[in-house]
Write a protein that binds this ligand. Structure first.
Ligand code: ADP
Ligand code: MG
Ligand code: MG
Length: 210
């Protein structure tokens, strides 16, 4: 499709919850290596709450993301809850009252989400956090859009860039979050938050399809 409507935004939140539940153990294992071993549990709880908070009849896309973001903030334990909650709420705000989200608007929302995460968490690219997946995703989306890509191809580009960005966190030394307490010993491990960002964007790519 060339636009996302309310039903697709709702489907995205539901599908994210499915992918997070399916990978919760892996996320928790990643977090056990360089954090406190709760990332999968935290996000599973958070996205389950986000799904439960979805209205029976779909609200406008922006409203839905703000509702889901609020549920994430209140139900996800840990650093990742407020960060992902802020991302969804900022994206929802960027959507405004739109009933159909086109490729340009989705790009602005993705950028607003990255900005929100960075304002709250003060992490730069290279600090070994979710920003290392999210920021390249937004940049790749913008590049694909500028090249004339349609909505599905822009989303695909973002999801692929998130995957590469997450892989690139392996050799990094963490400078933010719990993993930073390990200093140089945090190197050699994939950042769990970057890994979960990949799932969230993959869920969007799945929902958008071709
Ligand atoms: P906690 O560390 O509180 O247990 P989680 O395990 O749920 O929280 O989430 C950890 C993830 O959160 C990290 O892998 C990292 O990607 C992300 N994170 C932590 N601090 C920050 C930050 N300041 N900015 C961006 N992302 C962060
Ligand atoms: Mg943790
Ligand atoms: Mg924790």
């Amino acid at each position: 499709p060339e636009t996302l409507d309310a039903a697709m935004i709702t489907a995205w939140i539901r599908h994210t919850a499915e992918l997070v539940a399916a990978d919760a153990e892996r996320l928790t294992r990643l977090d056990a290596a360089i954090g406190d071993g709760d990332h999968g549990l935290n996000l599973d709880r958070g996205f389950t709450a986000a799904v439960a908070a979805l209205p029976g009849e779909p609200d406008p896309p922006g409203r839905t993301l703000i509702t889901a973001g609020r549920a994430l903030v209140s139900k996800t334990g840990g650093a990742s809850g407020p960060l992902y909650g802020t991302a969804l709420r900022r994206a929802g705000k960027a959507f405004g009252d739109a009933t159909e989200v086109d490729a340009a608007l989705l790009g602005r929302a993705l950028r607003a989400a990255v900005d929100g995460v960075q304002e709250l968490g003060q992490a730069a690219e290279g600090d070994k956090t979710m920003v290392d997946a999210l920021a390249p995703a937004a940049a790749a989306y913008e590049t694909a859009l500028a090249a004339g890509g349609d909505l599905p191809s822009c989303v695909r580009a973002a999801a692929e860039a998130a995957g590469k960005g997450a892989e690139a966190t392996v050799p990094m030394t963490a400078r933010k979050g719990r993993a930073s307490y390990l200093g140089a010993r945090s190197a050699g491990h994939l950042d769990p938050g970057a890994a979960s960002t990949v799932l969230i964007l993959r869920a969007l790519a799945d929902v958008v399809g071709e």
